[in-house]
Design a protein around this ligand. Sequence first.
Ligand code: FES
Length: 104
Amino acid sequence: MTNHFKHHVFFCLNQRENGEDCCMNKGAEAAFDHMKLRVKKLGLNGEGKVRINRAGCLDRCAQGPLMVVYPEAVWYTFVDHEDVDEIIESHLINGKVVKRLVIE
Ligand code: FES
């Protein structure tokens, strides 16, 4: 069986109420928008390539913001757009996990 996408990335964009820890309060949406745009600009999006999707809560709220890259099931956190760019360049393009941003 082959994968429809080479890499499928899920971003938690969940907003929790009452000031509880959540990815939306830690810049997840800006990072999501940046990654989608960058992947498109680089021509990486599409069948057999990369897909970036929104996700609901991934149940690791205190460790956010979070994305998971499949099929490797690598969980990343990130601080700024440079981190997102590094994940694109290293993992999505070159297949090399960005260890400093991985959460176990
Ligand atoms: S809000 Fe992102 S993991 Fe729960």
